[in-house]
Design a protein around this ligand. Structure first.
Ligand code: PMP
Length: 360
């Protein structure tokens, strides 16, 4: 079969495993708690007769609810099928066809490279610092020889967040060049979201998701907040691809979720509490990991390979994520689940480590 030149060059993103059997699933940063009860109500009350029709192409109800939550205007909100789709449209809208590369870190969300390849975008990876922090100075230093930059804050898979002030300085240094802040995990961070900064920093696009803090990974819904000029550019790309941003059921579920602040706050604090407990227990066992600002931790055990640890856990029914790239191959990215999940994880690790590496 003769496929396109483009298709033959693509290496797609590999999503985390969705095992069929029962496991303790700590590999894709899903929320261990169900969505808000308001979501269930909205789905029960959904008028299936309306399913006959195409959804609202502007998703106006959902965008209004997001705008109210974020303190912006509806014209500053774009929604899509997961933040992956929103990010991919942003790559096409801001960096497609540019001569200069878009910059991002060498250790970050690996989908950025894939979006770059799909849209023929030049990209350049700048190394994280030795302690796995975003090298903000270096990104600022390269502003003139790039067409923009993308970062995740907190970064994935490192779990480390940078302070907002430093990132605002970065956005300023880029002037008119679009800067994307991927805030998939920001709801779990001590650092305030940059969504409120889009009026003072018109080149800043903040991308968020319903998949993590709002327990709606299965619904596929993400959004961007930005100046209306950036949002219009996203809409243009979207309308070259698919007229309808999110399906009608997802729009109803996401709107109900974002209006229930109380449930959201409770859920996020349960996860951040459990993150602290999990971090302390891992350190007690001898793991090394930075303080996490996300709903996962990024841990290594000196002297034992990441592969051994991952396989040992897998054989005990516990699934965690590992990225096979040189700098981070010995670290496990472990999602924060329920208290029970942590206990199962810790006792499996204790058993593995006390038996010596032969027992893994
Ligand atoms: N950004 C980052 C940093 C992520 O880890 C993820 C989840 N894989 C996403 C964006 C995309 O999430 P979703 O498409 O579910 O909104």
């Amino acid at each position: 079969m003769k496929l396109s030149k483009l298709a033959s060059t693509l290496t797609p993103y590999t999503a985390g495993e969705q095992p069929k059997e029962k496991t303790v699933k700590l590999n894709t940063n899903e929320n261990p708690y169900p969505p808000s009860p308001a979501v269930e109500r909205a789905l029960r009350e959904f008028d299936t007769a309306k399913y006959r029709l195409y959804p609202d192409p502007t998703a106006s109800g959902l965008r209004r609810a997001i705008a109210e939550y974020e303190g912006v205007n509806t014209e500053n909100v774009f929604v899509g099928n997961g933040s992956d789709e929103v990010l991919s449209f942003a790559f096409a809208a801001f960096y497609g066809g540019e001569d200069k590369p878009v910059l991002f870190a060498d250790v970050t969300y690996s989908f950025y490279k894939v979006f770059g390849s799909l849209y023929g975008v030049n990209y350049r990876e700048l190394p994280l610092t030795a302690d796995m922090r975003l090298d903000i100075k270096s990104i600022i230093g390269h502003a003139d020889d790039s067409c923009g930059c993308v970062f995740a804050n907190p970064n994935a898979p490192t779990s480390i967040a940078e302070e907002r002030e430093a990132l605002l300085e970065l956005a300023e240094a880029y002037g008119e060049k679009p800067v994307i802040a991927d805030e998939a995990y920001a709801d779990f961070s001590h650092v305030r979201s940059m969504a409120g900064d889009v009026f003072t920093h018109k080149n800043l696009l903040v991308v968020k998701t319903f998949s993590k803090s709002r327990s709606l990974a299965g619904a596929r819904c993400g959004y961007a907040i930005g100046d209306s000029e950036l949002i219009d550019a996203l809409r243009t790309v979207k309308n070259c691809f698919n007229s309808y941003p999110v399906n009608a059921v997802t729009a109803a579920a996401a709107e109900a979720a974002i209006r229930d602040r109380e449930y959201f706050d409770k859920c996020v604090s349960k996860i951040t509490y459990e993150r602290g407990r999990m971090t302390a227990k891992l350190r007690e066992l001898g793991f090394e990991l930075p303080d996490s600002d996300a709903n996962f931790v990024f841990a290594e055990y000196p002297g034992v390979s990441g592969e051994q640890l991952q396989n040992g856990l897998r054989s005990r029914g516990i699934v965690v994520r590992r990225f096979n790239s040189p700098r981070i191959k010995d670290r496990l990215r472990i999602t924060v689940g329920t208290g029970e999940d942590t206990d199962v994880l810790i006792s499996a690790l204790r058993e593995m480590l006390s038996g010596g590496s032969g027992q893994f």
